[in-house]
Design a protein around this ligand. Structure first.
Ligand SMILES: *Cc1c(COP(=O)(O)O)cnc(C)c1O
Length: 234
């Protein structure tokens, strides 16, 4: 395993931070108005440590096995772990062990499983959940359909051990990301007619975060532009 090039990592991180601040400013928003989640999937725990040393507070992972192992290796780092990938309901208890937030909540059975998995939580409403919206017609992409938004919002609002944070989406390949993020903004409006506090918008990746900021994104999930090319999985 190769050592982390901390200098290059820090340089890419500060360049992305500058671009985020510039995009927020040009949209009339405060420079700290969006949370940067650095997506560390396929990268080692050393990369997470190097990011934390540069002041990163939030990292994102999309596979439970990988996330749980990395979390254990990074014990005591004090970083928030965001789960952003498709999630099976039978992993709900395990994911709650380390996750600060789940961005990929997209069906009733998963809400029920995550909510129940919090039964032993010392306080209620400890896990932040984002309702993932599918912007394509392909159910395999993950995410709730537009028609499911009201019922899912109601359910997330009522969940006893979950905080309903807002909506999440991935812009589909081959479409103008600005159109995709306009749709996400409309989904957020619909959600807030039911759950006014659920105002967060998790949108924007390496190649489209500026468009996401323009459409109101509050949580940016940025990987490769900060971490560099991902190593091959496995
Ligand atoms: C991998 C991933 C990202 C980050 O993608 P980059 O293009 O590397 O910035 C964001 N969101 C989700 C859901 C991902 O799986």
């Amino acid at each position: 395993m190769s050592a982390v090039d901390e200098v290059a990592l820090a340089a890419r991180l500060s360049s992305v931070r500058e671009k985020i601040a510039a995009a927020l400013t040009s949209n009339g928003r405060a420079v700290d108005d969006a949370t940067l989640i650095v997506v560390t999937k396929f990268h080692s725990a050393d990369v997470v440590r190097a990011l934390v040393a540069c002041g990163v507070h939030d990292v994102g992972e999309n596979k439970h096995q990988e996330a749980t192992a990395k979390y254990d290796e990074c014990a005591g780092l004090g970083v928030n772990w965001h789960f952003i990938g498709q999630l099976q309901s039978n992993k709900a208890v395990a994911v709650r062990r380390y996750a600060h937030a789940v961005h990929s909540v997209d069906r009733a059975s998963l809400v029920t499983a995550l909510d129940r998995a919090g039964d032993n939580a010392p306080e209620t409403k400890t896990l932040e959940c984002f309702l993932q919206i599918n912007l394509t017609d392909d159910p395999a992409r993950g995410g709730a359909s537009w028609a499911d938004i009201p019922a899912m919002s109601e359910m997330l609002l009522q969940a006893r051990t979950l905080t309903f944070a807002g909506v999440m989406a991935v812009a589909p390949l081959g479409v103008d990301p600005r159109e995709a993020f306009e749709q996400v903004a409309r989904a957020s409006e619909l959600v807030r007619t039911i759950a006014p506090q659920a105002h967060a918008i998790s949108a924007g990746m390496s190649h489209d975060f500026e468009a996401a900021i323009e459409a109101g994104a509050t949580h940016l999930r940025i990987g490769s532009q900060i971490t560099g090319k991902r190593p091959a999985p496995g």
